[in-house]
Write a protein that binds this ligand. Structure first.
Ligand code: GLU
Length: 448
């Protein structure tokens, strides 16, 4: 085992050396490979076949120029990315993120996480991620459209329903997918519905895809709470963010009898003791594309904390649904001090390694995003199924499928953690389950 520990450390050091200046990617790799010691012990073939070394190296990385013209006629140059991480178990699959913080390291961490997440869904999808450092904030519809078209002018050649299937992520929703799909169709002269997911309902989109990440998160958390004879009923919850994932997380928490008292955006936090009013949040965010501070115009007794930290508000359950590393060790300690019993991630890697350690040392329930937020991509795979059969399912049918998938993901993480001697440790459960399917497939396919 100590030999294996040394080997894992060597692999990690090599990843850091080969990918300088990409701390988020290093963090994602470290979190996974640190948990694989016992698997490598049981399966020396993974070591002999250098599976971890292969998995840490993306199959293909595409970086390209995205020039576009704003409404005033000024030219802008952004950088586009697509990292096709691994296609052992299916075509590359994963969203695109448009945010000024995007650089290669962010896309690589997201692609790496996506690989394990997609494997966990039990569906045949490989891992990828893409995006751009384009900042959509304050941009007009026409500017967004011109950017999406320019982005697609290069990216289209690497996509295909059997090759690589992008979707949304931060800054990319139904509107952006529509513009990208439209441009893909023009460039290829193919009505290839299965090449994107998160599409509009009139051109191959799936009912329940918009809601899926948030709903799935709550289905998973419900299962996790049940392992300790707990439920959402009467619980106070914090949901960071106010985008698509946060909105449908809040909706489902309310359906399960919980009360969400706070949400946020990158400017500040809304604390509404009476419970967040979702109609207002949906109108502000989905229709009017405004900031969360405007919530107080409708609810003057709610409190807005500019640049506030949501995790300082007392709660039973914390659901980080904003972005990576939004919950650090200090915030984690605060949550524990205030009596929080469970944390489940809707965002990708929202908790820092120090934060995770605080939760694990305190023995509270903690669900890593790659398991608990997998409902979004799982429903994307359901959208692909519908596209492949030229069918469209109703909302309830699709939601039921999502529910079953989330229960299965929970069960497999829970059981794997048990089998590998770490009961209740969902990090180990998720990483090992996700890894093994990809690793076994890579061995079966020869040196790929
Ligand atoms: N961006 C989402 C995620 O992080 C969804 C990806 C997809 O549907 O392909 O899983």
């Amino acid at each position: 085992m100590s030999n294996l520990k040394g080997r894992i450390q060597e692999i990690y050091d090599q990843v850091v050396r080969r990918n300088p200046g990409e701390p988020e990617f290093h963090q994602a790799v470290k979190e996974v490979i640190e948990t694989l010691g016992t698997v490598l012990e049981k399966h020396p073939e993974y070591v002999e076949q250098k599976i971890i070394e292969r998995i840490c190296e993306p199959e293909r990385q595409i970086i390209f120029r995205v020039p576009w013209i704003d409404d005033k006629g000024e030219i802008h140059i952004n950088r586009g990315f697509r990292v096709q991480f691994n296609s052992a178990i299916g075509p590359y699959k994963g969203g695109c993120r448009f945010h000024p913080s995007v650089y290669l390291g962010i896309i690589k961490f997201l692609g790496f996480e996506q690989l394990f997440k997609n494997s966990l869904t039990g569906l045949p999808i490989g891992g990828a991620k893409g995006g751009s450092d384009f900042d959509p904030k304050g941009r007009s519809n026409n500017e967004i459209m011109r950017f999406c078209q320019s982005f697609m002018n290069e990216l289209y050649r690497y996509l295909g329903e059997h090759t690589d299937v992008p979707a949304g992520d931060i800054g990319v929703g139904g509107r952006e997918i529509g513009y990208m799909f439209g441009q893909y169709k023009r460039l290829t002269n193919r009505y290839e519905t299965g090449v994107f997911t998160g599409k509009g309902l009139t051109y191959g989109g799936s009912l329940a895809r918009t809601e899926a990440t948030g709903y799935g998160l709550i289905f998973f958390t419900h299962e996790m709470l049940a392992t300790r004879k707990q439920s959402f009923d009467g619980k106070t919850c914090l949901v960071s963010g106010s985008g698509n994932v946060a909105i449908y997380t809040m909706e489902k928490v309310q359906k399960f009898g919980g009360k969400v008292v706070a949400c946020s955006d990158s400017n500040g936090v809304i604390y509404d003791k009476k419970g967040i009013d979702l109609v207002t949040v949906k109108r502000l965010k989905e229709v009017e594309r405004r900031r969360i501070r405007d919530y107080c115009e409708v609810h003057p007794d709610a409190e807005y904390r500019e640049k506030g930290v949501i995790w300082e508000i007392p709660c039973d359950i914390a659901l980080p649904c904003a972005t990576q590393n939004e919950l650090n060790g200090e915030s984690a300690a605060k949550l524990i001090k205030n009596g929080c019993i469970a944390v489940a991630e809707g965002a990708n890697m929202p908790t820092t390694p120090e934060g995770i350690k605080v939760f694990q040392d305190a023995g509270i329930m903690y669900a890593p995003g790659k398991a608990s937020n997998a409902g979004g991509v799982a429903t994307s795979a359901l959208e692909m199924q519908q596209n492949a059969s030229r069918d469209s399912w109703d909302f309830d049918f699709t939601e039921k499928k999502l529910h079953i998938i989330m229960k299965k993901i929970h069960a497999s993480c829970f059981e794997t953690a048990d089998t590998y001697g770490c009961p209740g440790n969902y990090v180990i459960g998720a990483n090992i389950t996700g890894f093994r399917k990809v690793a076994d497939t890579m061995i079966a396919m020869g040196l790929i």
